[in-house]
Structures are given as structure tokens and as C-alpha cells.
Design a binder for this molecule. Sequence first.
Ligand code: 3HC
Length: 308
Amino acid sequence: MRAGQPEEEGKIFVEAEGREGTKRQLIERVAIVGAGTMGSGIAQVFAEAGVAVTLVDAAPTALQWAMAAMERNWSRSVEKSKRTPAEVDSARSRIALAHDIAAVGEADMVIEAVFEDVATKQGVLRDVDRVAAPEALLATNTSSISITQLAAATERPGRVIGMHFFNPVPVMPLVEVVRGLLTQAETVARVLACVTRLGKTPVEVHDFPGFVSNRVLLPMINEAIFCLQEGVADKDAIDAVMRLGMAHPMGPLALADLIGLDVCLNILDVLQRELGEDKYRPAPLLRKMVAAGKLGRKSGEGFFLYEG
Ligand code: 3HC
């Protein structure tokens, strides 16, 4: 299989060589379900790549919030002369908003980006499966949940795949492409080509809890929280050690705030439960902060305070 070149704006092609010869497949329209931080970022990068996007969320405020986030990013990129106002207008014009899940019916690929919880994601995928075109691909942006388990909620497990984007989506170059047990090779090839056309780098991994990214990242963040809890150092010192000593762009506590402390907790719970090892046990301080509603940047306070 090899990725083809785009021949028309707004179309992503992959040429798949099968027994019946070479056939062209197309991802012309995507639908994204869930207009939180990740869904909004994913919508932005697809629209910028020339693909028609339908962003779906039942909550009216979520759609408004997502568009405001994109507008902030676009204003910044125009100010810095990274995009022209005309390019921004054209990206914006490709985005349609919808509250009803039925709006995914036209899409060639539907990307689920709702809250990191098995039952919630399965419910959304089940609903999407009922209304999406029969040949549409279903991708999930889960951070840690088994693709095979999520695919089992649908009648098309061969066309279900993990497409794990990183926050902030417009900036981070990686998409972890996760193949479930039943994901077909053709689905993988189409998604790899699609990620490349977004200007991002796909890395293919197998379906294990947390994949590679979060299985490696979250124990580090968790250990930083244990250090804070045990008084090894204060929050600024812990982050400074990792920034200045290990050249991380931000410290682990600031990164946890960026990801969302509730999301970090959910991922650690999945790792501990599914891999059955206590080394993934979430720090009690993390649990306490989530219970107190200190979720990081999105709530205005996590390990650090965020104004505005
Ligand atoms: N949305 C869009 N763009 C953003 C942004 C955001 N939220 N935050 C920063 N940017 C852009 C800025 O506009 C700027 O763009 P430019 O280069 O075109 O001017 C660029 O990013 C750099 O931003 P800043 O100069 O303001 O700040 P920094 O240089 O400190 O970079 C950062 C900010 C990109 C967030 C950097 O600190 C970083 O890379 N941090 C690590 C992020 C990371 O590890 N993400 C992965 C999290 S794990 C995950 O998402 C997986 C999930 O499953 C948990």
C-alpha cells in the first residue's frame, strides 16, 4: 500500500493495491464527535488540511467553546504571519457544527473524541455505528482504552481504529495509530495516509492499555505527584528538575494540568486494572485533587493556578 498525492483540495486519497487491482479510496469528509480540547484541535487540523469537517456535540456551549479555541489559534497564527486571513476563512468555512449524532451520516470517517470512559465511548461508538455510512471508518481518540473492546460495541470492528492525537493537537506532530485485534489492513493503510496528509507523523502500535505513549508518560507524571505528596520537593522544583535536567518542554506537573487531572487519573486506573500491576497505582493526591474539582487548566486550577 502507498499513500497517494492529493489531486483536489479537500480530498485525501490512498491507493490500495488489492486482488481486484488498484482502487482509490477517499476521505473527503470527517465527522468528529466531542468538541472538547481534543475534538476542537482535531477539527482544526482537518479543516486546515482542506477536509470538510462536521463537529458534533450535544452541549451547545461545547461547540461555542471549540470554535472560540480555534479562533484564538487562528488569530495568533495570522498575527505571526503563519497563515493569511484568506487561509483562515477557508479553513473556517469547512467546519459545520451539529448537536445531533445523525449529522455523522455523510462522513467517510468519524472520529470519536468524547470523555475517557469505557462506557461513554462505547455508547457513542454504538450510536455512531447505527447512523454512519456502512463503509465509513470509525476512529477513536482514546488515550488508553482497548481499541478491540471499543470496536466490539460496533457491527464493523474491521473498520474501527485508534487515532491518538496529542495535546495541543495543532502543535504536536505525532498521531499514534492503534490497530485493534480485528482492524483490517485496509483501514490501517487509509488512516496512515490520512495522518500524513494532515502533515503529522503516524506511528503504528498494537492494542495494549495506554499504547506506548501513555504507558510511558503517565507513570512519570504519577511519580512526580508522589514526589510532591511525599514532600521530596515543591511543585516548582519538581518541574524545574525535569525541564532543566531532562530538557522536557514543560514539567510533569504542568503537563498533568495541560492533559487534565481527571484524564490522567482515568488513564492510570486503566493501566493498573488492565495490566494488573501496582506500579500504575494512582497517587492518592491525584485522586483527591480530582475529587476536589481541581482538574488542571480546564478548571482554572490544578497543581498550578490559571487565570482567564
Ligand atoms: N493550542 C494551539 N497552539 C498552541 C497551544 C494550544 N493550546 N499552546 C501553544 N501553542 C502554539 C503556540 O501558538 C506557538 O506556536 P508558533 O510556534 O506557531 O508560534 C507554539 O505552540 C509554542 O507555544 P509557546 O511559545 O506559547 O509556548 P512553548 O514554547 O512553551 O510551547 C507547548 C507550548 C507546545 C505546549 C510545549 O510546552 C510542549 O510541547 N509541551 C509538551 C506538550 C505535550 O507533551 N503534549 C502531549 C501531552 S500527552 C497527550 O496529549 C496524550 C493524551 O492521551 C494524554
